[in-house]
Design a protein around this ligand. Sequence first.
Ligand SMILES: *[C@@H]1O[C@H](CO)[C@@H](O)[C@H](O)[C@H]1NC(C)=O
Ligand SMILES: *[C@@H]1O[C@H](CO)[C@@H](O)[C@H](O)[C@H]1NC(C)=O
Length: 264
Amino acid sequence: MLTNLRMYSFLVVFCGINPSLTSGCNKLHFSGRGNKFYECLLYAGLISPGTTFKEAPNFPQRFSLGLTDLVSRTTASVKELKAYEKRQSVPAFLRKIVECQPRLVCFVSLAIGETVSKAIFCPWAKPKAPRKGKKKDNNASLLPRRRGLRKGALQLSCTGERKAKLPSSEEKSEPSRNLADIQAYLLPFKLRYSEHDVTSGNAAETLFFALPSTSGANSCSYYLADKRQLFVDLHAQLQLIKEGSPDAPNTSDFEVIDITTLRA
Ligand SMILES: *[C@@H]1O[C@H](CO)[C@@H](O)[C@H](O)[C@H]1NC(C)=O
Ligand SMILES: *[C@@H]1O[C@H](CO)[C@@H](O)[C@H](O)[C@H]1NC(C)=O
């Protein structure tokens, strides 16, 4: 989707881990079943009401948003990706970002933030999740022990046919009180562009955020209300940065990624 990059001035490039079977097939990022990405964009006002994921290819023109993945290989499950595969994708990914020159990159998974931080030797400790994650696994012994869960239901789950339906977790309407501040999701490095490269509308620097995954398949440690709130906060940060507000994040001591080595 990020072709003819110079045609657009990007505000935010959202980056997932890799295409799922669904999104690999229809070429629409974050379109896997149960993914709440577009819902979060709508909630945060980053796209206009009524916009659907099918319009994603027009997001650069319409909303100055880009969508991409760290790794381009399609897999049924993210677990199929090898650690080295993710690590090796980082330079090409960053070169792509240098071409887009967005104000912000937002990794849509904290794990991607960790992978990229590690790959460029600029470690980042992800903030504490509002609640303990529940690993979804076909291993029956790891199933949540719910009161009132009937024996039959448990047996059904062992066949792998169960619809993972954890109670009320996604239905909470208010964000958690212990949700960390958005600044905790800002990674301690940035890309800086030479004056020569900064044409009107393009950013002089790119900052990186990592937010919890919106995929239906994982990230149970954040309620949907928390994810939405973080997208709202991300939008607010974007506004502050665009306006050059004194309340924008102070990144003066951030590591500057050396793009000359990336370009090599
Ligand atoms: C499944 O649970 C058993 C018993 O707790 C454990 O020994 C085994 O390692 C688990 N398997 C996986 C894949 O987590
Ligand atoms: C940003 O932080 C640095 C030190 O980390 C400080 O010297 C500088 O004054 C701060 N800038 C603003 C605008 O607050």
